[in-house]
Design a protein. Structure first.
Lengths: 120, 145
């Protein structure tokens, strides 16, 4: 019997939160370095890896990959685009919120299964 | 990856921007400094910033790559401009030498004002990151059964 708390959906949501948190961190780092000469922006990708891991039935196999942006640099060698980073940060934040809602919905299902419909 | 990383990263950005703003105000405040030609002029302040590499020690899948995300920016020093300044002809000045020259600070106001806008923009962007990360924390605190 599979673990009710460690099913694919819960694990996938958890991994997505990890990935989004890393995206948030990368955006924060890029913004902090918006004026640092020769700094190159970092991108985080986890979606494709998570999709594949979910398809294979084990979301915990997700790999976070970070890469250095190849966008053209300014005069001072910096290639951070502030607008892109602000949007990326907002997007990661909203997706994070969505994942929290999904996790809550999952807990709600469990709660209903455990206590019966009247308890909630 | 630590719990409050995005916020501490943004704080390094706020601090670096603030140091830069301090240096800019110092430069602007001293842009009209005049000394005698036998003394050094006001030296323009330049803030030296460097990205801080991420710390290892993440856990879970992808921990190795996780370490690659940087953790902000650091001010590694203040570089000083040339003490030469610009020599100006001002024979009425009590500081003037026998040729009527004085040494003035070599600060370009236009450049300082542009830098101030950049520093201010960086400051604001980092504050926006903090409130954004705060929202995410608030969301995570809303997890309940």
């Amino acid at each position: 019997m599979s673990n009710v708390f460690g099913d694919v959906a819960t694990s996938a949501i958890y991994q997505a939160m990890q990935g989004l948190w890393a995206e948030q961190q990368a955006a924060a780092n890029n913004i902090a370095n918006v004026n640092t000469p020769n700094f190159k922006a970092q991108d985080v990708d986890f979606e494709s890896s998570l999709a594949q891991a979910i398809a294979e039935g084990d979301p915990s196999q997700m790999q976070l990959t970070t890469s250095t942006s190849t966008a053209p640099a300014d005069q001072n060698g910096n290639n951070v685009d502030l607008a892109t980073e602000m949007v990326s940060s907002q997007k990661a934040g909203m997706q994070f919120q969505t994942m929290v809602d999904a996790m809550n919905a999952k807990f709600q299902l469990l709660s209903t299964a455990i206590n019966g419909p009247s308890a909630s | 990856m630590g719990l409050f990383d995005p916020i501490s990263t943004a704080i390094t950005g706020v601090n670096a921007s603030e140091t830069w703003l301090n240096a800019i105000s110092d430069n602007i405040a001293n842009m009209n400094d005049v000394t005698s030609t036998s003394q050094a002029a006001y030296q323009q302040r330049f803030v030296v910033m460097q990205a801080v590499p991420g710390q290892s020690g993440g856990t879970g899948a992808g921990a190795a790559n996780d370490a690659a995300i940087g953790s902000g920016v650091a001010v590694t020093g203040i570089a000083l401009g040339s003490p030469q300044g610009v020599e100006e002809y001002d024979p009425t000045s009590p500081l003037a030498d026998k040729n009527g020259m004085v040494r003035a600070a070599d600060v370009d106001l236009g450049q300082q004002m542009t830098n101030m806008m950049l520093a201010q923009r960086g400051y604001e962007a980092n504050l926006a990151t903090i409130s954004q990360a705060e929202n995410a924390y608030q969301a995570a605190l809303g997890l309940h059964v």
